[in-house]
Design a protein around this ligand. Sequence first.
Ligand code: NAD
Ligand code: UDP
Ligand code: UDP
Length: 311
Amino acid sequence: MRILVTGGAGFLGSHLIDRLMAAGHEVICLDNFYTGRKRNILHWLDNPYFELVRHDITEPIRLEVDQIYHLACPASPVHYQYNPVKTIKTNVMGTLNMLGLAKRVKARFFLASTSEVYGDPTVHPQTEDYRGNVNCNGIRACYDEGKRVAETLTYDYHRQNGVDVRVVRIFNTYGPRMLPNDGRVVSNFIVQALQGKPLTVYGDGSQTRSFCYVSDLIEGFIRLMNSDYTDPVNIGNPGEYTILELAQAIQGMINPNAELIYEPLPQDDPKQRQPDITRAKNLLGWEPTVHLQEGLKQTIDYFRDRLSQDL
Ligand code: NAD
Ligand code: UDP
Ligand code: UDP
């Protein structure tokens, strides 16, 4: 098949492309390199079945493809809050353009949505039926509400235009190829510990997240895309940790003497988050296989290499 991956030079997109290329597909990677890097896809540039298009999805584009994995959107709060209006444009106009494309060429459309559609959840763990608790005018809204509109558009194109759609709600995912300055918690703590800097815990560190290793997530993407299930599906690892526990785990693995410092908790920071993955288990036969310790080890090895090369 010929497959378009928007945001393909980013963290998740580049891992997805590795899987699609290995399976023998033709891949078009579309990216504006806002948070993506050419180095993530460098190993495919000479392959005749791979094509890189530098393009901003807020502008229309005409391509001919069979499937679209739509991932383009900055995912780290630091990056999506840097230019919030652009984040909304990417989620709304960008998703509209990709759905217009899917409609025109009759491609199957896969939206990378997020656990952020649940906001600061009052239901725990979160099932796909939960409608969320999102502040529509806070600093996270450009992303949370942007993704909620992206889901709305996706289902309206499905109902109104018969576009074949898949929607994954991704919970915090980590692994190699996150940017050292990505700003998300796993990469921050690892890079800080490797550089001998204090680990910055926001708030008292009692807020929780559930961390999924990237290879598990990508397996879930491929199974969902190739299933016949149209409703949203949570993909994430139900193993839930406080941020303090995560800091201590990384401290223990890199430098037991690393200092922890406490910084203010950002506005609207969700207190807890854990996926209910019953739907993914029943419909896709999917569940995560990589334990946090193992995934962290892989990620630490990556950053250790990466930081030594950049010196
Ligand atoms: P990332 O920032 O590494 O990748 C996003 C990619 O999109 C980058 O390559 C960036 O350059 C590109 N991009 C951004 N705006 C664009 C635009 N206007 N036009 C073209 N390209 C653009 O983030 P990621 O972690 O790989 O996330 C990928 C997708 O998964 C995002 O949609 C994100 O919202 C979603 N997601 C990720 C997580 C996670 O934990 N990693 C959790 C929930 C949802
Ligand atoms: N679009 C695109 N590529 C295509 C087809 C459509 O970028 O191959 C864009 C198009 O420019 C429009 C959006 O997708 O801005 C929605 O397209 P649709 O055909 O649904 O709406 P319309 O063009 O009728 O407003
Ligand atoms: N966080 C932290 N220190 C950091 C970066 C993040 O304590 O250096 C916290 C953040 O406040 C949040 C959690 O870790 O409670 C996860 O943050 P991240 O930005 O990775 O993702 P999100 O908040 O979008 O889940």
